[in-house]
Write a protein that binds this ligand. Structure first.
Ligand code: AMP
Length: 220
């Protein structure tokens, strides 16, 4: 069965973490537009240069640009069994473009899971987040610290704070989410394609809620 899953939710809801875990469990790729854009920046491509300042401020890059990235990614061999989309779609235009794309490719329509987390906790999670520029691992200074302060457990690189995890950018990202992305819940829910789950708690417990919500969805 092909599975095209979207993880929806505000920044800090845990979409990336859970997408990674689901991807491992189901053997299908995690497709994160944020990761793809950060990779373009690291590689110093024209695209990377074009999106740098808007990303650092916590704004959204243009719909056309991310839609093209996702279209190209879905076309690759390893995405044939499905994908876990994380951070895409983020606007109504992106959601509609994704539906059209899947239809055109003869693929299974999307299922969406909205991960719900109170705003205070989102801010605490984002402001304490540290990431590894070497291998992409993610830590939290308080909740999931590395063994040795400021150093990645996996590859030994010094950890960094993403520019968009600084206080001003966090506030902007939460506003952008409320304005542009939260309406997607009303896009998917009326057609029975969306489940809401509580994103507070242990990682395994949240993962369990996600998979259970999808089993319920399949049986209905
Ligand atoms: P993320 O890692 O998903 O939080 O994404 C980091 C940043 O990349 C966002 O704040 C946006 O600037 C940009 N970005 C990622 N995905 C999208 C998208 N689907 N649409 C527009 N901008 C995006």
């Amino acid at each position: 069965m092909q599975r095209n899953l979207i993880l929806l939710g505000p920044p800090g809801a845990g979409k990336g973490t859970q997408a990674q875990r689901l991807a491992t469990r189901w053997g299908i790729p995690q497709v994160s537009t944020g990761d793809m854009l950060r990779e373009a920046r690291r590689a110093g491509t024209d695209l990377g240069k074009q999106v740098a300042s808007v990303m650092d401020s916590g704004g959204l890059v243009s719909d056309d640009l991310v839609i093209a990235l996702v279209a190209e990614r879905l076309d690759r061999e390893d995405a044939r069994k499905g994908v876990i989309l994380d951070g895409f779609p983020r606007t109504l235009a992106q959601a509609k473009a994704l539906d059209a794309l899947l239809l055109r490719m003869g693929r299974t329509p999307v299922q969406a899971v909205a991960i719900e987390v109170p705003e205070q906790l989102l801010i605490a999670r984002l402001s304490g987040r540290r990431t590894c520029p070497g291998c992409g691992a993610s830590y939290h200074v308080e909740f999931t610290p590395p063994h040795s302060d400021g150093v990645c457990d996996r590859c030994g690189s010094p950890l960094v704070q993403r520019d968009d995890d600084r206080a001003e950018a966090i506030a902007h990202r939460l506003e952008v989410y409320a304005r542009d992305t939260a309406p997607l819940i009303d896009y998917y829910e009326p057609r029975g394609a969306l489940r809401r789950i509580d994103g507070v708690g242990e990682l395994d417990a949240v993962l369990d809620r996600i998979t259970k919500s999808l089993d319920v969805q399949r049986d209905q």
